[in-house]
Write a protein that binds this ligand. Structure first.
Ligand code: ARG
Length: 401
């Protein structure tokens, strides 16, 4: 098969992507592998990772600081769209893929590469997301996915890497497959493959267990401006710092763990553990403020389109005309979503306990009150209900049985 000469590889520093470097060169005859590592706020030190790619035989090793575009262009839209795949998973891994794909394409253009590559396996969602995003941005660019084709077990991949000076992972015994970035962690495999086995405490890193979380509840306030979170407890923060702070607060109180059976794009069910404390907290708070500030019918339509938005992101269809059109709808609604949400964090829970909007509240006290200031026209309800119930009344009267 006609392979490439110069390839830009999405590089994480893990076994699979490291083994991709010698594999591309020695098995597939690639002359030059350029490693590209994305900083998405995963907290790893990128310099050792950059050097590791060179040790593995990369001719160049680049690091892209993508944390700001990740938050601005991917995390904030997901919050505005209340994006929860299958009603639960806030897409912490999925959201990173189109951005990494876009960066790979940019680097490939800069260095004049004739292909890009990734280390995804053949049964996950990430391969779909990379391949489809790259195809949407650069339809003629070749995408190589050695790990999908090499048919090596993890042990064999480690052995293969060792032949080319790639050290076996320190945590050779860790049975878990983990993906992480600023928005959260996903943990799969090992004992978790039995859906009846509870996740051991050791798999979590961003959230405290309920037992270890503070006995004392903490109340916080999150401010939103045009659907974007902008301040916590009155302190304005840039979006990256805001998500870090939301992670810290929610994580400390043990909020943001998920244990779900999820339907993958490739047709299988998988058991997934996630911890996405800040993102989940911000979505919950954002939903709460929308309930105060959006018209009932807009809100209902938006809830349906949110599901579709989340499906598109999960399924790798970020750079598509439908996604673009849905973004238009989301953005148009968000100019109204301004105000404050009060939340109580306690023992694994984030309870919405207050909401206000000085500019966009549709909650009208003189309509809602049961007190003496009530301006709702009670007598108008009678005629309304007569007409509203008319079809039911006519149907019942016409029934012969
Ligand atoms: N199931 C999740 C998703 O599709 C997590 C994927 C984790 N990816 C990984 N390379 N470990 O978004």
């Amino acid at each position: 098969m006609g392979r490439a000469k110069k390839v830009v590889l999405a590089y994480s520093g893990g076994v699979d992507t490291s083994v991709c470097i010698p594999y591309l060169k020695h098995e597939w005859g690639v002359d030059e592998v350029i490693a590209f590592a994305a900083d998405l706020g995963q907290g790893d030190e990128l310099e050792p990772i950059r050097l590791k790619a060179l040790d593995a035989g990369a001719s160049q090793s680049l690091v892209g600081d993508l944390i700001e575009p990740f938050v601005e262009e991917f995390a904030l839209p997901a919050i505005r769209a209340n994006a929860l795949y299958e009603g639960r998973y806030p897409l912490s891994t999925a959201l990173a893929r189109p951005l990494i794909a876009r960066s790979l394409v940019e680097v490939a253009r800069e260095v004049g590469a004739d292909a890009v590559a990734h280390g995804c396996t053949g049964k996950g969602n990430d391969q779909v997301r990379f391949d489809v995003a790259i195809a949407s941005l650069a339809p003629h660019l070749k995408v190589l996915s050695p790990a999908r084709e090499w048919r090596m077990s993890r042990e064999e991949a480690i052995d293969y890497g060792e032949r080319f000076g790639i050290p076996a992972p320190v945590s050779k015994k860790s049975p878990y497959s983990i993906d992480l970035n600023l928005l959260g962690r996903s943990i799969e495999a090992g004992p978790l493959e039995d859906p009846m086995v509870a996740p051991p405490e050791e798999v979590f890193a961003m959230t405290a267990s309920v037992d270890a979380s503070p006995a004392q509840a903490q109340e916080i306030e999150i401010a939103f401006d045009a659907g974007n979170p902008v301040a916590i407890d009155g302190v304005r923060l840039d979006p990256v710092d805001l998500i870090k702070e939301a992670n810290r607060l929610a994580g400390e109180h043990g909020f943001g763990r998920l244990d779900i059976i999820e339907n993958r794009v490739v047709g299988i069910k998988s058991r997934e553990i996630y911890e996405t404390p800040g993102l989940l907290l911000l979505i919950r708070a954002h939903q709460e403020l929308e309930s105060l500030t959006l018209a009932a019918d807009v809100l209902r339509s938006k809830r349906q389109l949110e599901m579709q938005w989340a499906d598109l992101v999960y399924q790798g269809l970020w750079f598509t005309p439908l996604k673009d059109a849905l973004d238009g709808f989301m953005d148009r609604t968000q100019s109204h979503v301004n105000g404050l949400v009060r939340i109580r964090l306690h023992k694994g829970n984030a309870t919405m306990i207050g909401r206000s909007s000085s500019t966009n509240s549709l909650y009208l006290p003189d309509m809602a009150t049961y007190g003496s200031k009530d301006n709702f026209d009670h007598s108008a309800a009678e005629g309304f209900i007569y007409i509203w119930g008319l079809p039911s009344r006519l149907w019942a009267a016409a029934r012969r049985d």
